[in-house]
Design a protein around this ligand. Structure first.
Ligand code: NAD
Length: 486
């Protein structure tokens, strides 16, 4: 599984590849082999200033003057070129994140390309309105871009979550500074390469790599940036909200989750078992919407747990670059240690371990692999019921009736996603309405489409990504009044 060393990667500012002005670099590690696979420039404040200047010049220059249709055509070319390079980009995604190449190549990269394709279509359909006001006036609205958007993304779906921000931002006529997570900068850089290849004017998409604590913080505080589109940890999001207040930046926050996956007694049990498994173990559980709390009707729980534990034990970690692998390595040593710590806490708090619970070895003695882990008899107020682990650890809680299931599901600070499994159509819709979550799946889990909005209730953030709703977050409305009095 050895991987050939990749070259040093630079910052993209004004369509030029530059080293950080301070000369700093960061190492990128393959979590499946623990090898350093690349170095990237680590941007400082003066690099950020240059990116902001380049972005502003693009906004006031060719990009700002370009017709919406032409802009849409360029965004569409991003989609096409990304698909042409899908093999290469998927490989990078797997190398720095540890996810199976199957997921990168078949799911994430195509979804990112589709996001660009979808918003390319919106570019020339973003319109204002004429408004019938009192008095003799022509009053209409213009829907204008915000200006410079900073997209700050996490390491779990590095390219897809960048696409969710960059695509609508560009389609609406904004310019972008993209900051990937320190652990996973390679596919954001690849997107920058594609932007240059398809002819995005200089300064329209800038890619700055660097640590969140310094570069990220500097972005949030920078007076020249108009909006922060952030996906990441809830505590980071709170800090961003505080810091952005000083310059009154617009912000959208996609934050953490502890999503309930509810199995009613009348569910199609095989389908629910599949949904419970993919709900938590897809993406190694490093998925913001992971179904990390399994709520099962007491009457079917024992039988359900037996089958679920058997399924979990069958999911064996493998080399992420092997096309047959369906379960990869956790994204970093830090993440592996976090998962181990939570498993220890769950045991200490009295939960019953029914599958996994330990590191996994794929035969190399290397890599941040962890077994798919299932806990039963988890107390609703215990740590693993409340806190996001962001790893392959499932907390199971039994319920006696529908109202208890709903109460348990909603007893969380988070509200990103939820699911219910039942054959009863009335119950399904009743539960969907009662759940405090931005997405509710009925008899399915982890399905997404660029045309459908995604985002959080409660501490899972605010604003919506994807769909027409995201356009609201990348534009502002201007009212224009014309005196028609003769
Ligand atoms: P994180 O908050 O540590 O980092 C996210 C990004 O923010 C990174 O690019 C990081 O460098 C940057 N950052 C860190 N500190 C910063 C600061 N002070 N100012 C500005 N930027 C800063 O999160 P993570 O560990 O990379 O990602 C995991 C979290 O992301 C989980 O909580 C997960 O639930 C959440 N997530 C949410 C969604 C969603 O759509 N709601 C999707 C994926 C992940």
């Amino acid at each position: 599984m050895s991987t050939t060393a990749l070259e040093h990667k630079k910052l993209l500012i004004n369509n030029e590849w530059r080293d950080a002005s301070g000369g700093k670099t960061m190492e990128v590690i393959n979590p499946a082999t623990e090898e350093v696979i690349a170095t990237v420039a680590s941007a400082g404040r003066s690099d950020l200033d240059e990116a902001v200047m380049a972005a502003r010049a693009a906004l006031n220059g060719p990009w700002g003057k370009m017709s919406a249709r032409e802009r849409g055509r360029l965004v569409s070319k991003l989609a096409d070129r990304l698909l042409e390079k899908a093999d290469e980009v998927a490989r990078l995604e797997t190398l720095h994140n540890g996810k199976p190449i199957f997921e990168s190549r078949q799911i994430e990269i195509p979804a990112a390309a589709e996001c660009f394709e979808y918003y390319a279509g919106w570019a020339d359909k973003i319109t204002g309105e004429t408004i019938p006001v009192k008095g003799n006036y022509l009053t209409y609205t213009l829907r204008e871009p915000l200006g410079i958007v900073a997209a700050i993304v996490p390491w779990n779906f590095p390219l897809l979550l960048a696409a969710w921000k960059v695509a609508p931002a560009l389609a609406c006529g904004n310019v972008v500074i993209l900051k990937p997570a320190s652990q996973t900068p390679l596919t954001a850089i690849a997107l920058g390469e594609i932007a240059v290849e398809v002819g995005l004017p200089p300064g329209v998409l800038n890619v700055l790599t660097g640590p969140g604590s310094s570069l990220g913080q500097a972005i949030v505080e920078h007076p020249g940036i108009d909006k922060i589109a952030f996906t990441g940890d809830t505590s980071t999001g709170k800090g961003i909200m505080r810091a952005a207040a000083d310059t009154l930046k617009k912000i959208t926050l996609e934050l953490g989750g502890k999503s309930p996956n509810i199995v009613l007694a009348d569910a199609d049990i095989d389908a629910a078992l599949r949904g419970a498994t993919t709900g938590i173990f897809y993406g190694k559980g490093e998925v913001c919407a992971a179904g990390s709390r399994l709520l099962v009707d007491t009457s079917i729980k024992d039988q359900f747990m037996e089958k679920l534990a058997a399924r979990a034990r069958k999911m064996v970690a493998g080399d992420p670059l092997d096309p047959k692998t369906r379960y990869g390595a956790l994204a970093s040593r830090k993440q592996l240690e976090t998962v181990e710590r939570y498993v220890g806490i769950a045991k200490a708090e009295g939960a019953t371990l029914v599958a996994g619970g330990a590191r996994a070895d794929i035969g190399t003695g290397k890599g941040y692999f962890f077994q798919p882990t299932v806990f039963d008899h988890v107390a609703p107020d215990s740590t693993i019921s409340r806190e996001e682990i962001f790893g392959p650890v499932l907390a199971t809680i039994a319920f006696a009736d529908l109202d208890e299931a709903i109460a348990l599901a909603n007893a969380s600070q988070y509200g990103l996603a939820a699911a219910v499994w039942t054959r009863d159509v009335k119950k399904a819709h009743y539960v969907a309405r009662k759940l405090q979550a931005g997405t509710v799946w009925i008899n399915t889990y982890n399905v997404y489409d660029t045309a459908a909005p995604f985002g959080g209730y409660k501490a899972s953030g605010f604003g919506r990504e994807m769909s027409a709703h995201a356009l609201e977050h990348y534009t502002q409305v201007k009212s224009v009044w014309v005196d028609l009095n003769m």
